[in-house]
Design a protein around this ligand. Structure first.
Ligand SMILES: Cc1cc2nc3c(=O)[nH]c(=O)nc-3n(C[C@H](O)[C@H](O)[C@H](O)COP(=O)(O)OP(=O)(O)OC[C@H]3O[C@@H](n4cnc5c(N)ncnc54)[C@H](O)[C@@H]3O)c2cc1C
Length: 482
């Protein structure tokens, strides 16, 4: 089928308003063709906006007949080039933006069912409206969708207690590459009925199916939430503090974020209106979040006791405890402003890595020292969810060197060095952002060969024509060109 009949067929199963094409919609299509970090601007054959599973199924069937490959897209906030088309102008972007309803909340079963294009913040709000809580939370929550969260197995700020998106989902519905609708949209906490197809699709980044609905787990609204901002001298001290906080607070410790001195200095410099909790502190910073389902008084007293004992033992040099919900939000806002501050400072070389917490200190020491040997005076912006063993380890040009030149000269060498160190410390090259097209080649280098082979077999079995997000996670000669 040539391009025009294909587009006409799309319009006939949808409506003209649901199919955007070049050149008439070129301006509006740009946001769907460019990735969040503006690293790449692709070109789509068209962007389509199905409203129902049936419409999405019809689109997939048309693509199957015509051999057109599909790029599923939610909020397009992904950071690894998984949700935007390549530059060939032949891929169809399927946006779930108009499949955006919360369908039901079952307060007895503590579940919420939503369409996959539902914005994460809307899901959180719908749960709150019923006195319940959906804990998945991240800085992109005003734009990202639950379908994208599941497709990337997103992490965020609450992993310590609640796990990643995978642990928060009980069932899904998805349109599969053969055009069928797979309905395992069940709100069951126990369901041992063969291979877990839900788990297979979660984290598959749109390469094995397009998620259309999900059943999510809810919790009672916590009665109390407190944040504290503490200053420690070294990274090792932050690891020690994490152990102590776990011992003292148990499951009430719901967040443990760490930030190196440069990360905070850049926020001070580039986002100066944010009031720093510890303006004089020159070491590492830790943001603790504590949550209690019973009483604010107990939580507050226990948090103060923890801070006092850490001050007494000189594990921390300084610390403040938020006194209100607003202050808690302000502390989180500082942490979440690091990526913006860093972007303002200039392009940098990013890594979203995962390590056993017991290997973290050795990793940071080794990688910092090896980097200095490779590039004297190189700067590192190191922050992340230490409680989950996840660091955003970003490498910034030495002062006086233009960021673009720095990337040109060192990007590959820095990735090699950092990922080799990650491997040596039994870590993973992608903690929560996924692989996308950006890290696809790195995955070939660092994943176990047998695991890679099994992944290829699964992809081949479910998507033999390679039409679902080709080039994402895996490459193959026949999928790379699509
Ligand atoms: C400021 C900022 C902060 C962030 N913080 C975090 C964080 O703390 N933790 C974290 O994990 N991530 C974070 N991210 C990354 C990103 O927000 C998450 O990966 C998010 O889950 C992506 O959701 P999305 O709807 O935007 O998906 P998209 O970006 O649209 O897509 C991401 C991937 O999922 C696929 N996909 C999308 N929808 C579907 C669907 N319905 N079915 C099948 N495949 C689909 C796409 O093809 C693509 O491969 C952050 C991003 C930004 C910009």
């Amino acid at each position: 089928m040539s391009e025009t009949p294909f587009l006409s067929a799309l319009i006939s199963v949808l409506s003209p308003q649901q199919v955007w094409t070049h050149p008439s919609h070129a301006d509006r299509m740009q946001a769907y063709e460019q990735d969040w970090r503006k690293r790449e601007h692709g070109k789509a054959l068209a962007v389509v906006f199905p409203r129902t599973t049936t419409q999405l199924q019809a689109i997939v069937r048309l693509c199957l007949e015509s051999g057109v490959s599909i790029v599923p897209q939610g909020g397009n906030t992904g950071l690894v080039l998984g949700s935007t088309p390549n530059s060939m102008g032949q891929q169809l972007v399927v946006s779930t933006q108009r499949m955006n309803r919360v369908l039901s909340i079952d307060a007895d079963n503590m579940t919420l069912t939503a369409e996959s294009g539902c914005i994460l913040a809307h899901i959180q709000q719908a749960a709150r409206d019923q006195g319940l809580w959906f804990p998945l939370s991240m800085a992109s929550e005003g734009s990202c969708t639950i379908g994208g969260n599941l497709a990337t197995n997103a992490g965020g700020t609450q992993v310590l207690q609640f796990g990643t998106a995978r642990q928060l989902c009980l069932g899904i519905e998805a349109v599969m590459p053969d055009g069928s609708v797979m309905n395992v949209l069940r709100g069951l906490r126990k369901d041992n009925t063969g291979f877990d197809m839900r788990d297979l699709l979660i984290g598959s980044e749109g390469t094995l199916g397009i998620i259309t609905k999900a059943v999510l787990k809810l919790w009672p609204q916590p009665k109390a939430q407190i944040a504290a901002w503490l200053g420690v001298q070294h990274f090792d001290d932050a690891c020690h503090l994490l152990r102590l906080a776990r011992e003292h607070m148990g499951a009430r410790l719901t967040g443990f974020e760490v930030m190196n001195p440069l990360a905070i200095a850049l926020v001070q410099q580039h986002v100066p209106h944010l009031k720093q909790p510890l303006p004089q502190h020159s070491g590492w910073h830790v943001l603790l979040e504590l949550t209690d389902s019973q009483s604010l008084e107990n939580l507050s007293a226990d948090t103060q006791a923890l801070i006092q004992s850490c001050l007494d033992s000189h594990l921390i040099q300084d610390g403040v405890q938020a006194q209100s919900f607003q202050q808690t939000q302000q502390l989180w806002h500082i942490r979440e402003s690091i990526p913006l501050a860093q972007a303002t400072e200039g392009l940098n070389i990013k890594h979203d890595i995962s390590l056993p917490i017991s290997h973290m200190s050795s990793f940071v020491r080794t990688v910092e020292s090896d980097l200095q040997k490779l590039i004297p005076n190189v700067r590192t912006v190191n922050f992340g969810h230490l409680g989950d063993g996840n660091l955003h380890f970003n490498v910034q040009a030495p002062l006086g060197i233009a960021p673009a030149d720095f990337l040109d000269q060192y990007e590959d060498a820095v990735h090699e060095l950092v990922f080799a160190c990650v491997e040596k410390h039994s870590g993973s090259i992608s903690a929560e952002h996924g692989i996308g097209r950006l890290k696809q080649q790195r995955l070939q280098q660092h994943q176990d060969p047998s695991a890679l082979h099994q992944m290829r077999l699964i992809k081949q079995a479910l998507d033999p024509h390679g039409l679902f997000n080709p080039g994402v996670i895996l490459s193959s000669p026949d999928t790379m060109e699509r």
